[in-house]
Design a protein around this ligand. Sequence first.
Ligand code: G6P
Ligand code: MG
Length: 215
Amino acid sequence: RILGIIFDLDGVITDTAEFHYKAWQWLADREGLSFDRTVNEQLRGVSRRKSLEIILKGSNMEEERILRCMDDKNAYYQTLLEGISRQDILPGVEDLLKGIRRRGWKISLASASRNARFILEKLELISFFDGLSDGYSVVRPKPAPDVFIHAAGQLGLPVTQCIVVEDAEAGVKAALEGGMKTVGIGPENRVGAAHIRYDEPGLIALDDLQSLIPG
Ligand code: G6P
Ligand code: MG
């Protein structure tokens, strides 16, 4: 049976959290908003707009300024992304992708990011992917299951044959909601709801994935 392995990007394939942090910090300083690493942790897997709302902590901002802040943060973030390369692939991930292909399974990306394609190209991993669903593909962000369902559709596989790999609480929730088997990357208190959990993506064993979907 052909399985579809659907990967989240940030925190699973590469660690862009630090770049997001630097960019939001730059914006927060400019706008006179308080922000730190603890708040940044809450932004894992969260859409760009929702991230800004979390940083605003309920204080009001005009719609026009919200849009400008999102654009400016992204422009800053993109200058940081210019510097990424194959060296920024998390350990073991490329071998994992190769192993999945050797089994004849399919690979798709499901990320909230609108920079996902650019990042996969910079990492020189784009050719591993049979499908790519990103921040442009669906309207409702995670924890809605839409981006994962979109990704399964791109692979032409039913959700029952797909396994999602996620590092964010919202992402695990979304995958479960979509009826998919879920692999959590990170601590128990963050991704403990997943069917199986590893501390790092490089530790994922293909036989474990196989046994999530027997038959
Ligand atoms: C991922 C990251 C989030 C980020 C979101 C949107 O889910 O984990 O931190 O806010 O993508 O990314 P973007 O590149 O479109 O701002
Ligand atoms: Mg993530």
